[in-house]
Structure formats: C-alpha cells, structure tokens
Design a protein around this ligand. Structure first.
Ligand code: C5P
Length: 229
C-alpha cells in the first residue's frame, strides 16, 4: 500500500503545525521551499519530534559537493525523503546518493510545468517529454537514487521501467469532485496507487478542506489504507 503524504504548503510553521494537530495519525508531511525558507529546520524538527516522517522537497540542482553537503545536512536533521533534479547529472546524483545514507532520495525528471516547446527551449534541441522523463529516470536509478517523482500520467511507465523496489512519488492528486486548481493533469488517489505510486502527495484538497481530518481519511480510504494488516 502506498503512503499518503500531506503537502504542508502553508506560509508559517504555526499554521502548518496547527493543521498537523487536526490530522491525527498523520504519517508523512512534505515541507517545500516556501515553508522551509520561512521557518528553516525548526519546523522539520518539530514534525519529526511528533513522529511524522518528513519529505523535504527542495529539488536541489547544484555542483556535486554542494548538493552532497545539503543532502548530509538533511539526513542529519532527520529528514526521511528529499528531492534532487536529475538534470544535475550523474556526478551530482551519485554524490547525493552517497551522502544520503539511509535517507531516501528521489529525482525530479522534467517539471510538469514544462511542455514540449518549453523543454525544447531549455534543451536547445527538440525534446519529447515522455522520452526525457524515461531517460532521466534511468539515470537517477543508475546513480543510486531510490526513485523518482512522477506525474499520474507517467507513473505506469515509470513503474515498469524502474521495477518493483523503486519509490515513485506522485503529486497532482485530486479526488473526483475536487477542484483542480493550477494542476493541469490530475489523477485520482486510487488510480495513482493502481498505476504503481509508492507515495501519493496531496496538498490543498486536504489543507484547504473545511474538515481536513475527514478529507485525510477519505484519501486514506481511496488508497486502501483500511486494507492494511
Ligand atoms: O495542493 P496540491 O495537491 O496541488 O499540492 C501538490 C504538491 O505537490 C505541491 O506541494 C506542489 O509543489 C507539488 N508538486 C506538484 N506537481 C508537480 C510537482 C510537485 O503539485 N508536478
């Protein structure tokens, strides 16, 4: 069964922790750049102290030694899962994987904000998004990463490409009837799990719900949590 990760995209640590207090049994939380720049490691420590596994989503892309040191710092902080950009290349990915120890690291392949023309613009040569996603996912795996971040559209192909042990972290999840917001290609929690997601990331459908605890439980049910041993 996949893990349900709640994206704490809130402006302050106080609001993030107040939300967490409304989600009894929360197992995983994602801390992104906005909350991390505002609050720093304090909010991560506070979450881990409460027994919540932290996904630190800062998508590092820098020279190998800098990324390696950032990864070590995250591991020392008690982070469970972090992200790097596959475009950093095999030297950077290998340095990151070495520094990670038993912290899981997954690679971002192509940002979902990139379409074909956007990708061609940055690559300088015409690029098919699906082909690049698969190429970079393979690079991530060969470099020792635990897996990749993938959209609902890609997850099935990524699962068959990377095999059963890889972590495939899937954001852009919407339950039937949820507002899509700025997410263009959404997938339901049940479909994400069926297609092979290991971690399902949900933000606003839970954080902005009138009753976040109820929304959290609904997502858990859709993912088959009630079937867990
Ligand atoms: O609120 P929502 O469920 O759209 O939040 C999804 C989370 O996943 C956000 O933190 C966002 O940064 C992240 N994400 C995403 N789509 C991607 C990659 C990351 O929504 N393609």
């Amino acid at each position: 069964v996949a893990e349900l990760v709640v994206a704490l995209d809130l402006p302050t640590g106080k609001e993030a922790l107040q939300l967490v207090d409304r989600l009894p049994g929360l197992g995983w939380a994602k801390v992104g750049p906005v909350l991390f720049v505002a609050e720093g490691p304090t909010v991560v420590r506070e979450l881990t102290r409460r027994g919540i596994a932290v996904f630190l989503d800062l998508k590092w892309h820098d020279i190998p030694s800098t990324v390696g040191h950032a990864v070590s710092a995250a591991r020392d902080l008690g982070v469970s899962l972090a992200t790097v950009h596959c475009l950093g290349g095999s030297a950077m990915l290998t340095a990151a994987a070495k520094a990670a120890g038993d912290m899981a690291l997954v690679g971002v392949t192509v940002l979902t904000s990139h379409d074909g023309p956007g990708l061609t613009e940055v690559l300088g040569t015409s690029g098919d998004v699906g082909t690049q996603v698969e190429r970079l996912a393979r690079l991530a795996q060969q470099s020792g990463l635990r897996g990749v971040v993938g959209s609902g559209q890609e997850v099935r192909r990524l699962r068959s490409l990377l095999g059963p042990a890889a972590w495939i972290v899937v954001p852009g999840i919407r339950a039937p009837g949820d507002e899509a917001g700025d997410q263009a290609r959404t997938v339901s929690p049940a479909d994400a799990v069926k297609s092979g997601a290991s971690h399902v990331v949900v933000g606003r459908p839970i954080t902005a719900a009138a009753d976040p605890a109820n929304a959290y439980r609904t997502f858990q049910d859709a993912m088959g949590y009630n079937l867990r041993p």
